[in-house]
Write a protein that binds this ligand. Structure first.
Ligand code: SF4
Length: 335
């Protein structure tokens, strides 16, 4: 019998900023696949939410439960990998502190997302030029390296943060002459960019999202409100699918043959927008129906979400304790 090859390790997290929408589903489906092949830790990163929303914390605990419910309803399995809450694993903070002693400020200041976000939030009149905000990629580095994760599923925009975590790992290992931290690799996931029902960026705050938890009636209504080709007033007018949001969704959720049929029917005015939307609503219902059922089953057991998060955080602390002992030892401090 050949020797067992140890599994790779993955860390990934999301901020608890409100209910998830169908645009997040492909990220979750990717996590569910990765659960089978890697040792994963998933974390609801509430401290990260504070970096930009430190003044607005009333909904934090509700949002943590909501996002956990969304993850579990989508099919993430807490029996396979721990689902934890960042603030329930204090080692994230300790590792962040220790790393911050040896990380040049310039590494954080040159991070492209830092300047971009400062500017974006500044335009909205929101002041986020805080110490914690500058250190956000450092906290993310601590999140990843705490579990010695060698892979991190991310979108393109997160690549500079992964680069910082690689540099920190390298610098730590060099400074203290250890081989403790791996240099994590990004797993770039193919996440289709789903617009909101009005064609703008999908966001709960714009009201143009389709929530993962949408009821069958809400889902139908959202699809009914989707923006179509504005030049197609009557069913007999030929339409242009390229400017239609319903078509954008069909391209993601329908088969190539179905899309070709819709495109032709739209251009020849043989298919009406009502039928086209009904076909899309049926596709989305097929996808969200089972998620809704799992959600209802979980909600039938009050306290279940808290139990899962407590157990996931306990398991995460166990893993983190091993890394922290080695890190403290390397840096000459005691736990
Ligand atoms: Fe859009 Fe379909 Fe109407 Fe064409 S038929 S404009 S693709 S909703």
């Amino acid at each position: 019998m050949g020797a067992m090859v140890p599994k790779g390790k993955i860390f990934s997290g999301m901020r608890p900023t409100g209910r998830l929408h169908i645009g997040h589903l492909s990220v979750l489906q990717n996590w569910i696949r990765l659960q089978q092949d890697y040792d994963c830790v998933f974390s609801i990163v509430d401290w990260h939410a504070l970096t930009t929303s430190f003044e607005d914390v009333q909904a934090m605990q509700t949002n943590i439960r909501e996002i956990a419910l969304d993850w579990l309803s989508a099919g993430l399995d807490p029996e396979i990998s721990p689902i934890s809450v960042q603030s329930q694993v204090k080692e994230h903070a300790e590792l962040h502190l220790l790393f911050s002693m040896m990380t040049p400020v310039s590494w954080l200041e040159r991070c492209p997302t830092y300047k971009d976000q400062l500017q974006q939030f500044g335009l909205k009149g929101k002041e986020i030029n805080m110490y914690g905000f500058l250190g956000y990629p450092m906290l993310m580095t601590a999140d990843i390296l705490l579990y010695l994760a060698d892979h991190v599923p991310v979108g393109q925009d997160q690549l500079p943060h992964i680069e910082i975590s690689r540099e920190v790992a390298r610098r730590f290992n060099f400074l203290y002459q250890v081989e403790l931290f791996p240099e994590p690799q990004a797993i770039l996931s193919e996440v289709p960019l789903l617009p909101g029902i009005d064609g703008l960026k999908m966001s709960k705050s714009y009201g143009n999202d389709i929530a993962l938890s949408a009821s069958a009636a809400e889902l139908k209504e959202k699809v009914r409100l989707m923006v179509t080709d504005p030049a197609r007033v009557r069913k007999t007018d030929p339409g242009n699918p390229e400017v239609c949001i319903v078509h954008t969704y069909h391209k993601i959720y329908s088969t190539a043959e179905e899309v070709a049929e819709i495109e032709e029917g739209c251009r020849n005015a043989t298919i009406g927008c009502v039928a086209c939307k009904q076909a899309l609503a049926a596709k989305l219902e097929n996808m969200l129906g089972p998620i809704r059922e799992r959600r209802e089953a979980l909600l039938a057991h009050p306290g279940r979400i808290d139990e899962i998060l407590a157990e996931g955080s306990r398991q995460a602390r166990q893993k983190a304790a091993v890394t922290m002992n080695l890190t403290r030892e390397a840096m000459g401090v005691r736990g």
